[in-house]
Design a protein. Structure first.
Length: 221
């Protein structure tokens, strides 16, 4: 029991460093442990979005933000990490200077906030996309907040549990690393928590020739 608590404390500390002081390594590490599939995994959420008002939670280093913009959306990104938000703003400045100029007048496109206390009105969004959420997703308070800010029949798209299909020793080691990097959540736990928060839940496994990722579509109401 003591060792388990110590391990969990270490993982929480490691996550804090990874998402803050070492956020600059996030893209490199996630690409490495997924053998380059990470960004494709997060893009699996896009065809499942409803409506046009999209909240990205967390926005992380902004890769999915860029992919959402390329798909015609104007997402609002939320993250608790100032380092992650700086990286995302930097990418937007480089790849979408016209959007960045607009954001200088409207700071609401990228916000620092906690998932448990979202700074938005009720029913403000048609969809929330939640790619590989670090830690907060199993929190009933966060799921209740997501339910609150979603419009009636709105969707929460939760991408998690990416896996490589090859099963040699190296891939098994990478799968273990993926669990640490992504904070992968138990499907049974996720389904129960979402149902308790008032969502109807559907689960898909999206697969290519080398990997598979789980996409949970949780519909409000």
């Amino acid at each position: 029991m003591i060792l388990r608590r110590a391990w969990r404390a270490f993982i929480r500390f490691a996550f804090h460093l990874f998402y803050n002081q070492f956020a600059f390594t996030y893209d490199l590490v996630s690409a490495f442990v997924s053998r380059g599939h990470w960004r494709a995994w997060t893009r699996a959420a896009i065809p499942r979005l409803a409506g046009t008002r999209v909240l990205e939670l967390p926005c992380g280093t902004g890769n999915l933000t860029l992919d959402l913009i390329a798909s015609g959306y104007a997402p609002i990104g939320v993250d608790l990490s100032p380092a992650m938000l700086r990286i995302t703003r930097g990418k937007l400045n480089r790849e979408h200077p016209e959007r960045s100029e607009a954001e200088s007048k409207d700071a609401s496109r990228l916000l620092r906030a906690r998932a448990e206390a979202l700074p938005f009105a009720s029913r403000a969004f048609d969809s929330i996309v939640m790619p590989f959420p670090p830690g907060f997703a199993p929190d009933p308070r966060a799921l209740a907040e997501m339910n609150r800010v979603l419009d009636d029949r709105g969707r929460l798209i939760w991408v998690d549990g990416g896996r490589l299909l090859k099963r040699d020793a190296w891939d098994r080691a990478l799968d273990t690393a993926l669990d640490v990097v992504s904070g992968a959540s138990s499907l049974v736990l996720a389904e129960k928590l979402l149902a308790d928060a008032g969502f109807s839940v559907g689960v898909e496994n999206v697969q290519d020739d080398a990997s598979v990722v789980m996409v949970i579509t949780a519909t409000k109401g």
